[in-house]
Design a protein around this ligand. Structure first.
Ligand code: FES
Ligand code: FES
Length: 161
C-alpha cells in the first residue's frame, strides 16, 4: 500500500496533481514532483532563504512547509516571474545592477523582494534592508542586491526617482 497522499498544488496558475508522503516538504515537491527546479535548496533548515517562494502572495521558506499544507493555496515561484520573454522588473534590476554572481541565492532573493514590495510598495529603506537581511548570499557582499531591489522598487512604484 502506498503511503503517499494525492494532492493538487497550484503553482504559477497551473495545477499539478502529485502524490507525496505527508512529511515531504514543499521545496522537494516543487523541484522533484512538479519539475520546477528554479526554487533552490540550501540549508533545508529555514536559515538561508534560498528556497523562498510566495504562498498566497506572502514569502514562505519552502523547506519549512509541508507540501500537503500548500493545497488550495496559490503558490508563486521564480518560474512565474517573467511574462514570456519579458523579465519581471526585479529580475531586470538584478541583471542591470549585478545583483548576482553564482545565482544560487537569487531565486529566493527575487521572490522575497517581490513579495515584500507587492505587500508594501512604499517600504522604507531601513525596512527593506531588514527584509533582505533574512536571506544569505555567499558571493555578492549584498550591496548590489540592495541596489537592485531599490531600483526595482522604484520601477514597481512607477517612479524613476
Ligand atoms: S533551504 Fe530553506 S531556508 Fe535554506
Ligand atoms: S550570488 Fe552566489 S550565493 Fe548569492
Amino acid at each position: 500500500m502506498s503511503d503517499k497522499t494525492p494532492i493538487r498544488l497550484n503553482v504559477n496558475g497551473k495545477d499539478y496533481d502529485i502524490a507525496v508522503e505527508p512529511r515531504r516538504n514543499l521545496a522537494d515537491a516543487l523541484r522533484e514532483d512538479c519539475g520546477l527546479t528554479g526554487t533552490h535548496l540550501g540549508c533545508e533548515h529555514g536559515v538561508c532563504g534560498a528556497c523562498t517562494i510566495l504562498v498566497e502572495d506572502r514569502p514562505v521558506r519552502a523547506c519549512l512547509m509541508f507540501a500537503v499544507q500548500a493545497q488550495g493555496k496559490p503558490i508563486r515561484t521564480i518560474e512565474g516571474l517573467a511574462q514570456g520573454e519579458e523579465l519581471h522588473p526585479m529580475q531586470q534590476a538584478f541583471c542591470d545592477n549585478h545583483g548576482l554572481q553564482c545565482g544560487f541565492c537569487t531565486p529566493g532573493f527575487l521572490m522575497l523582494a517581490v513579495g515584500a514590495l507587492e505587500a508594501e510598495p512604499d517600504m522604507s529603506d531601513e525596512d527593506l534592508r531588514g527584509v533582505l537581511s533574512s536571506n544569505l548570499c555567499r558571493c555578492t557582499g549584498y550591496q548590489n542586491i540592495l541596489k537592485a531591489v531599490r531600483a526595482a522598487a522604484r520601477q514597481m512604484r512607477g517612479t524613476q526617482a
